[in-house]
Design a protein around this ligand. Structure first.
Ligand SMILES: [Zn+2]
Length: 128
């Protein structure tokens, strides 16, 4: 079982991870805004080729995908932090059994124990 000392460690890990993700999301947003504004102010006189436009669009797509997965991660971290407050942290959402400490150390925002995670991955593969 997860004790108070462990909880503090996991909380620190979650907060660190959260600030890292927030930083990268902010950076992505800034990059996207800069790309949207164009490089009119700096680097004036650089011609826009059609090939360049294609690359830009491709990169923007990548940014968007990254942002949505980062946001998903952020939500999982927020939920885990809430669970620490309500003392439900480290309990599998599926079978209500404690999640192993080793697993929490690897993925502090996980919702499921390794058994349930594997079972879920199997059903997802069947569906797909
Ligand atoms: Zn479980």
């Amino acid at each position: 079982m997860v004790n108070q000392k462990d909880l503090k460690v996991f909380k620190d890990m979650l907060i660190k991870e959260k600030s890292r993700i927030l930083k990268s999301i902010t950076q992505l947003e800034e990059n996207t805004q800069q790309a949207a504004r164009g490089n009119v102010s700096e680097g004036a006189g650089v011609p826009t080729h059609i090939a360049d436009f294609g690359t830009d669009a491709f990169e923007k797509d990548l940014d968007l995908n990254l942002t949505s997965s980062e946001i998903e991660l952020l939500q999982m971290i927020e939920e885990s932090l809430k669970k620490i407050e309500t003392r439900k942290y480290g309990i599998c959402e599926s079978c209500n059994k404690p999640i192993s400490k080793a697993r929490l150390k690897a993925i502090p925002y996980t919702k499921y124990c390794i058994k349930c995670q594997r079972a879920q991955e199997k059903t997802e593969r069947k569906r797909g």
